[in-house]
Design a protein around this ligand. Structure first.
Ligand code: HXC
Length: 257
């Protein structure tokens, strides 16, 4: 497929999607959203891909939804279209995803980064939900995922004032998995993605699903879900191979089955 707002490449078992609308600091217009979801779903369906990296430019991961595209729309229009719900499909991917964030991750940009399983941030990264300054509120999960990630005190502060948070505050708050020097961002993200993609794919799916369940349910139900899923991994050839390899002091040869 050819894309206009993103570039897509593959390195081994890792798929990479790079947001590429530099003239608008990677603002998420509808066309860009449709391209990201199409590319990501194609990677998700490919058993040869075990991790997906989503990144932007050094200056901006994404500066939010495209304000110029949204400016003249009305309520019935956005409600009937369920405007921006396409991004739910990105959040529903089964393949582990890594956001590699440099520069601005604002509004929808911060929300998409939070949809990813790992968030690796450059020292230059700045996070915020500035929608309130435009007379609106977050629309693709910001009020929910930010609150779960960093708690009510910080989430209210960001969502009500629209201020930006630097990477020190973001890491202290628990928003990001790792902070790395800006020049090393993509290398670290690719290395991490390669590690994840080297694991058994069905085991990685199960692990992602189990951690994600913690955000959806009670402790008792979540632990039960985990236990049953853990038991289910004993049906995998890769589980037998992984444990045999440990016992035999060799590297496992996973067949993703
Ligand atoms: C459309 C945008 C944009 C956006 C930047 N641009 N952000 N266009 N939508 N969200 C465009 C600018 O208009 C400008 O184009 C070019 O990108 C460069 O931006 P500048 O503002 O000139 O750069 P700078 O002075 O460095 O400031 C960077 C910035 C600022 C602080 C990130 O651009 C900014 O505040 N952007 C808006 C951030 C925001 O409010 N995001 C939330 C959007 S609402 P021209 O052509 O003028 O040079 C949202 C809702 C989510 O995300 C809910 C549903 C998804």
């Amino acid at each position: 497929a050819t894309y206009e707002n993103i570039t897509v490449r593959r390195e081994g078992r890792v798929g990479v999607i790079t947001l590429d609308r530099p003239e608008a600091l990677n603002a998420l217009n509808l066309a860009l959203g449709a391209e990201v979801v199409a590319a990501a779903e194609e990677m998700d369906a490919d058993r040869g891909i075990g991790a997906i990296v989503l990144t932007g430019s050094e200056r901006a991961f994404a500066a939010g939804a495209d304000i110029k595209e949204m400016a003249s729309r009305g309520y019935a229009d956005v409600a009937l279209e369920d405007f921006f719900s396409t991004w739910d499909r990105f959040a529903a991917l089964r393949t582990p995803t890594i956001a590699a964030v440099s520069g601005y991750a604002l509004g929808g940009g911060c929300e998409v980064a939070m949809m990813c399983d790992l968030l690796i941030a450059a020292e230059s990264a700045k996070f915020g939900q500035p929608e309130i300054t435009l007379g609106t509120i977050p629309g693709i999960g910001g009020s929910q995922r930010l609150t779960r990630a960093i708690g009510k005190a910080k989430a209210m502060d960001l969502v009500l004032t629209g201020r930006m948070m630097d990477v020190t505050e973001a890491e202290r708050s628990g928003l990001v998995s790792r902070v790395v020097p800006t020049a090393e961002l993509l290398d670290v993200a690719m290395e991490t993605a390669t590690t994840i993609a080297s694991m058994s794919l069905p085991a990685a799916y199960a692990a992602k699903e189990a951690v994600a369940e913690a955000f959806e349910t009670t402790l008792t139900a979540g632990v039960r879900f985990e236990r049953r899923t853990f038991h289910a991994t004993f049906a995998l050839a890769d589980r037998a191979e992984g444990m045999a390899a440990f016992v035999e002091k060799r590297r496992p040869d996973f067949t993703h089955s």
